[in-house]
Design a protein around this ligand. Structure first.
Ligand code: FE2
Ligand code: FE2
Length: 369
């Protein structure tokens, strides 16, 4: 175990080489340039106009606490409700906080790379020109996200982990399948849902201002990506045969099961020395994981309903996972709230920076701030 933090050389756990996944499906050209979907085109316009540059939009000069780089409240630490945590000296608690941040942000980074690859696949496979337009803005969004999470890990956390098995398995299935709607369903609905849940927790519950602002801005982009997936699938899934519907519903239910049960920081707990099995068991029962599940399925379940993938078999599958209670939530309301929150945080951030400038000027004049 080691914890060098942002001051020392970066600590890399389980990161080596590359990963090749064979891909299926055709590259589709269309000669029909008549643009048909107004809603898709307006999403494309938003996608073009709302690109942002993390180098400029975020205040990278902000110094995080090296022993708690996200400002993580104790109730969000997976093992905090235990005798093990009570026994740990403060120095070891800092190790847990830093490595938890490193594990989580590494999964965000790898997930963002998965989104980058999938968005590029969508450009290749999707039949309509307006969908190709929109997906190309998403390629750029995801590249900016990869760049920014990488920088955050490198400069602010200093600990980095390889991709967790469950995320790797999901990405493998989605990338390998050659049908465009599977890429949409897997990436735009399920993994983007995972991103929305994770980033909204960072935005709302962490106390470090840089972590909050960063995730709010990313979340605003992700809300567009989810809207794109829903728009494209809603129509297509109305007319599925029973066999086609069965295949997609089974995949979605299985993915919900994986998302619900298999994200327990396994690599993190195997790397640290506190007894991996006990820590994984504590994580699975933790309040933090319940918060995550609530946010995750309050995004995913209404999205499945809105794309017409909500037949009796799907409902039965969700009932078995005890997730049907989320089906009454409104996905449009949630995504409008994400946009409003990003704007609010940006304005607060601008006010904070202008206060800093005024204070610096006053200090230069020898006046009290
Ligand atoms: Fe992203
Ligand atoms: Fe995305």
């Amino acid at each position: 175990m080691s914890n060098l933090g942002p001051e020392g050389p970066e600590d890399l756990v389980g990161l080596a080489g590359s990963w090749a996944v064979p891909v299926g499906g055709d590259a589709l050209f269309t000669w029909d340039y008549d643009r048909r979907s107004e809603r898709l085109l307006s999403l494309y316009t938003k996608g073009k106009q709302r690109q942002w540059d993390a180098d400029k939009r975020l205040d990278w000069s902000h110094e995080v606490d090296p022993g708690d780089p996200l400002g993580m409240p104790d109730e969000l630490i997976w093992i905090a409700d235990s005798e093990l945590w009570d026994r740990l000296p403060e120095k070891e608690r800092s190790v847990v906080r830093t490595h938890t941040a490193g594990w989580m942000y590494s999964q965000f980074l790898h997930g963002e790379q998965g989104a980058l690859v999938c968005a590029a696949q969508v450009v290749r496979m999707v039949p309509d020109i307006d969908a190709k337009f929109y997906a190309s803005t998403q390629v750029m969004d995801e590249a900016r996200h990869v760049e920014a999470y990488d920088r955050y890990l490198r400069e602010k956390i200093g600990v980095r982990y390889g991709i967790t098995e469950s995320l790797r398995g999901l990405l493998d299935t989605i990338v390998r399948d050659g049908r465009w709607d599977f890429t949409y369903l897997g990436m735009q609905v399920l993994i983007e849902g995972l991103a929305l849940a994770s980033f909204s927790i960072q935005r709302d519950l962490m106390t470090d201002p840089l972590a909050k602002a960063f995730n709010a801005y990313v979340l605003e982009d992700e809300a567009r990506h989810v809207a794109f997936g829903q728009l494209a699938l809603r129509q297509y899934y109305q007319d599925l045969t029973d066999a086609e519907r069965r295949e997609r519903e089974e995949f979605a239910v299985e993915a919900c099961h994986v998302l619900s049960e298999r994200f327990a920081g396994q690599e993190l707990w195997h790397n640290l020395d506190y007894g991996a099995e006990e820590c994984i068991a504590l994580t699975r029962q933790s309040a933090a994981l319940r918060v995550f599940r609530y946010r995750l399925f309050s995004r995913i379940v209404p999205a499945l309903k809105s794309i017409n993938l909500f037949g009796p078999r799907m409902q039965q599958g969700l009932e078995t996972l005890r997730l049907m209670r989320f089906s009454k939530m409104d996905p449009d309301e949630t995504s409008a709230a994400d946009e409003a929150k990003a704007l609010e945080i940006e304005q607060e951030e601008l006010r904070r920076r202008s206060r800093q400038v005024e204070e610096a000027i006053a200090a230069g004049r020898g006046e009290p701030a």
